[in-house]
Write a protein that binds this ligand. Sequence first.
Ligand code: NAD
Length: 505
Amino acid sequence: MREYQLYIDGKFIKPRAGRYDETLNPFDGSVVARFAVASVEDVNLAVAAARRAFDSGGWAEMAPSTRSEVLKAISAKINEKAAELVELEVLDSGSTIKKAREDIALSARAINVFSKLALSENERELSEISKPGFARNILRYEPVGVVGAIIPWNFPLKMAAWKLGPALAAGCTVVLKPSELTPVTAMELAKILDEIGLPPGVVNIIPGYGHDAGEGLVKHPDVNKIAFTGSTVVGKKIMQLAAGSMKRLTLECGGKSANIVLDDADIDTAINGSIYGMFYHSGQCCEAATRLFVHEKLYDKFVASLGDKAKRMRIGNPMDLSTDIGPLISRKQVNRVMSYIESGKNEGFTIALGGGVPQPSELSKGYFVEPTVFVEVDNSSKISQEEIFGPVLVISKFFGDEEAVARANDVSYGLAAGVWSTNVERAKKIADRLQAGTVWINEWHLLNERAPFGGYKQSGIGREFGRIGMEEYMEMKHIHIDDGFPREKRTWYDTVVPKGEGGNW
Ligand code: NAD
């Protein structure tokens, strides 16, 4: 069985408290690997290593072109080891192999995009306020310092890549804490960093639990920024804990995205897109299309066809290429999702599809929930308002565009939304009014590493991706240079400083 140690200061070391845990295959509960669990003491070692690596200037002050080459080498190694990483991601996270193939390729792609952004200019003149010959104003971006990156279990390697790419491109050093449920591919990434000869301490990877290693990282005085992806509940806790040292924060949290099908939608595309938007990765996506609003003119036919099609998704072994729906991450997550299904039933909503645990004996050891569809659901209900993070879709009907916008926005989250229509102008007007960080028109799940991604409202703070995402890992400095402003024009002579020549020189 594979066993992973902590990766600190360029070495694979045993955890100080000697604690190890096992990660389980969500398909059958079997043990995938044994991994070292970081305690606060290990966090302290990792932060000290990252601090030294940052303060020495070796990484932060390295020529951007050299940093870019390092990122390219990481990306190339991920591609080289893709087959192994895909298999491990399936075993560790329950991702279908179809999704894991995309995830690993996209992890490499994200790092590659940031290898290019590492070359972008970090200093420019604010010419609009400079006065040639008198004064210049420079805007300079500098790496924020040591970053504590905390990530969830739903896209393990991709989330690691989304944090390491911008942080390293910006010149920061990092302590990455993967989820305790899915540490495997992050630890394989540690091996890659070691193989390409990343300088010690630039990246440290330490799996551990949230209440222990996670909080240790958030509270640590030598960490300058926390880059977090996970639930809104934990995001709020992190905000509170980080307040003590006023750390920089980016929080990528939960979602309850509204998916609006207008009466002029291309119905087939909208049905397929809605199924993909909702049930991809068994609904364990932050920006999943979990609330479906269908125009009343289409409602009955649309819902019936969606149900017929969704029924045909294949639930099964995620390692099998024909599987569409794999397991959830854990037994705990199954129980959580089932409790939401019970809540929907108790509130009296009709289930059009699923609602239980699949019965085939080959799935009995796995953490499965049937794709479930509730219809005619009230927007104020618990299942419409709270993030379930499983394969549970709620559908309701609307009568006009105004109503669709109002109901879509009537939720505490604002990560993503979508509109299906053959009239792009009409859809765009709706998109303009949706309170969400990403809005798709006739698409879903399509993110671009060069376009900002993040949430309105309680879906988070800050944005990932692109130069904007990289600047979240940087401080901005304004440098004012006096180039010979005439003395008589200096306004401060009229305020505090007495008129006349200098001092007693
Ligand atoms: P989670 O919030 O339970 O855990 C996320 C990470 O935070 C894990 O590494 C965990 O160990 C750590 N953590 C937990 N408690 C902590 C604490 N007190 N202090 C510091 N760290 C702590 O989330 P999860 O269950 O792993 O993932 C699912 C959630 O992630 C969903 O809510 C989903 O919407 C969200 N998510 C958001 C995005 C996005 O980009 N907005 C992407 C993926 C997942």
